[in-house]
Design a protein around this ligand. Structure first.
Ligand code: 5AD
Ligand code: SF4
Length: 442
């Protein structure tokens, strides 16, 4: 009997990469490949890489090194590396010289061609290295094998035009290209027909969606179109650049019933001086003004953010500005990062790099402040009844179900298994630091 064909895929980095991996899976499924969580019994091993911070790259290299033995024992296994890390100049050559057993290397723009490269590799043509430098046209119609059957990502635009001085993304993902609204709406309608209840719209800067499209459209208008899709229950989006967050978008979130009361607005730093060096095009006051507008227009909104600690030239005072901003905004949660030098970015060449010890000390202080606020915000849910989209059984406690509120809070609760995939009301009985506990109510 023919053995089942299996593939293993590991994804580092952001939601864009997760969606790219779902497209890679979508290409392999019709060929009869099934996903496995064990490298040992895989016929294809794919690493979808990230390069936004150095430690992401180190992890990939560590994992590749560990494949040497496997490839020696089973040379027929196809090893493929894709994603942002490969899109950097000289990286493919570097990988091939360090790990000559890799079979396929491709970039972010041509991952949709993966099955073509696979056919060639299986035909004996190895290694295949194909990184496209130019910004690829948007390819519609790729099959996406989504991780969940209840909620899913929908990319609305690719690339970024902003060139924040620390960031490698515009160098590897190219300039902004927006998908046509009708393609986006159709994709979401198809998802709804397949039973999906929630979508998260993805882009490096969704607020500048629509540039260059005819007829003219902007992000607020797209949100309103999506809000009209019958059967869809919830819409989220990320990431928003504060400089482009328009009043129209805030108004759309306030007025449209499907748009969740949850906004991710990366601040990066609370110091106007550092924000200028980061090339963010807003200062502390302008950011706080946007936050005030959001809070006024959308009561009970959950705010989340990204913060970088230890950007070149950051002094104790600058860092105190970040801490005070965090306390003023009261984020529901925050992704906190140690600044990481990236080759080819302006910040890499700045002479006033912050010492690792100062970075770590500030980082720990920031995490402590963020966690304290997060726990306080969760406490506000104690005793409340909230709407939860039930995603499945809880991983930590089999007797419970798990899902999220419209504000993105994770809730583990006792309830009917039959409600998986539906919206239910849950009474919060205990607020923990990072999640809520509750019981389903009628
Ligand atoms: N070092 C640390 N964090 C970074 N980010 C982007 N580039 C870097 C870097 N060089 C963070 C930003 C961004 C998030 C996705 O990653 O906070 O919003
Ligand atoms: Fe990077 Fe800035 Fe673009 Fe975000 S907006 S991807 S941080 S350059």
């Amino acid at each position: 009997m023919k053995k089942d064909l299996k593939y293993y895929i590991e994804t580092w980095g952001c939601q864009m990469n997760e969606e790219d991996s779902e497209k890679l899976s979508g290409g392999l499924k019709p060929l009869g490949y099934k996903r496995t969580t064990s490298k040992e019994d895989a016929d294809i091993i794919i690493f979808n890489t990230c390069c936004v911070r150095e430690n992401a790259e180190q992890k990939v290299e560590g994992n590749l090194g560990a494949l040497k033995k496997l490839k020696k024992e089973r040379p027929e296994v196809v090893i493929a590396i894709t994603g942002c890390m490969m899109q950097q100049e000289g990286m493919a050559e570097n990988i091939i010289s360090k790990f000559p057993f890799v079979d396929i290397i491709l970039g972010t723009h041509n991952a949709y061609k993966f099955t073509e490269y696979l056919a060639k590799a299986l035909g004996g043509e190895r290694p295949i290295v194909e990184i496209w430098d130019k910004e690829a046209d948007i390819i519609e119609g790729a099959v996406i094998d989504r991780a969940s059957t209840i909620k899913g990502f929908v990319t609305i635009m690719y690339g970024c035009n902003n060139f924040c001085t620390y960031c490698i993304v515009p160098h590897v993902r190219g300039r902004e290209r927006s998908r046509k609204p009708e393609e986006i709406v159709k994709e979401i309608q198809d998802m709804v027909a397949a039973g999906y209840k929630e979508v998260t719209l993805l882009g490096q800067n969704v607020n500048s969606y629509g540039k260059g499209l005819e007829p003219q459209i902007d992000f607020a208008k797209l949100l309103r179109k999506i809000n009209e899709i019958d059967g869809l229950e919830r819409v989220r989006f990320m990431t928003s650049h504060p400089k482009d967050l328009s009043d129209d978008v805030i108004k759309a979130v306030a007025e449209c019933d499907k748009l969740c009361e949850s906004i991710h607005l990366p601040v990066q730093s609370g110091s106007s001086r550092i924000l200028k060096k980061m090339n963010r095009h807003y200062d502390r006051e302008q950011y706080l003004e946007s936050i005030r507008k959001i809070k006024k227009a959308i009561p009970d909104v959950a705010l989340t953010t990204d913060i970088i600690v230890g950007f070149p030239g950051e002094t104790d005072e600058d860092f105190e500005d970040t801490l005070s901003l965090v306390k003023e905004v009261e984020y529901d949660s925050a992704f906190t990062f140690l600044y990481s030098k990236r080759k080819g970015t302006p910040a890499d060449l700045m002479l006033d790099q912050v010492s690792e010890s100062a970075k770590k000390e500030r980082f720990n202080k920031l995490v402590e402040a963020v966690n304290e606020i997060c726990a306080k915000k969760n406490k506000e849910y104690d005793g409340k009844v909230v709407e939860v989209l039930v995603e499945g059984e809880s991983k930590s406690d089999e007797t419970k179900l798990t899902g999220r509120t419209r504000t993105g809070k994770l809730v583990n609760f006792t309830g009917e298994k039959s409600s998986i995939g539906n919206l239910v009301n849950v009474k919060i009985t205990k607020a923990q630091s990072f999640s809520l506990i509750g019981e389903q109510v009628q």
